[in-house]
Design a protein around this ligand. Structure first.
Ligand SMILES: [Zn+2]
Length: 168
């Protein structure tokens, strides 16, 4: 669990790292299987973001605050360093390579992921309407690898990891 309430420090190290996205070995293996399964159904999954370091996250938040001109707005979508799942190598941002933003939910890729990602050990980490629990606005692109327990979430789930772990 990494979130606004459960931060990790700058020295946090992941157990195993793979290229090209810096994901843990297990996460990458599951992602590769998922992308292949989607492709077989005619669905294109593009990885927009995988691992991000503490330093990179710090830069991203600073530039988003400048871009939005509002720190609180920037923080709804962008984690502070040490509070991003991307620092664990267990999280990925996925899209179809065309439509970014909340519109991802209505793309073929977004729909397929929400229905099928659990089969490969991934859950939609920031579901719609759960901002009070997760601390983040709806992100239909952000998936978190949790392994076999993803089957407890199933297709089109709006359950949060916080609720599942009894932390909500
Ligand atoms: Zn993300």
């Amino acid at each position: 669990m990494v979130s606004k309430k459960h931060p990790i420090n700058a020295g946090y190290r992941r157990s195993s790292v793979t290229s090209p996205y810096g994901l843990t070995r297990e996460t990458q293996r599951a992602l590769t299987r998922m992308i292949a399964a989607a492709r077989a159904k005619g669905v294109r999954i593009v990885v927009r973001s995988g691992y991000r370091s503490y330093a990179q996250q710090k830069q991203i938040l600073a530039s988003k605050i400048r871009e939005y001109g509002s720190e609180s707005l920037a923080r709804r979508y962008n984690a502070a360093p040490g509070r991003s799942e991307h620092q664990t190598g267990l999280a990925v941002d996925l899209w179809d390579g065309v439509t970014w933003g909340v519109g991802v939910r209505n793309t073929k890729t977004g729909k397929w992921l929400w229905a099928n990602a659990w089969r490969y050990g991934f859950i939609l980490r920031y579901p719609n309407g759960k901002e009070k629990i997760t601390g983040y606005a709806f992100e239909p692109w952000h998936y978190r690898y949790i392994g076999a327990r993803a089957k407890d979430f199933g297709a089109n789930s709006n359950q949060t990891l916080e609720e599942y772990l009894g932390l909500a």
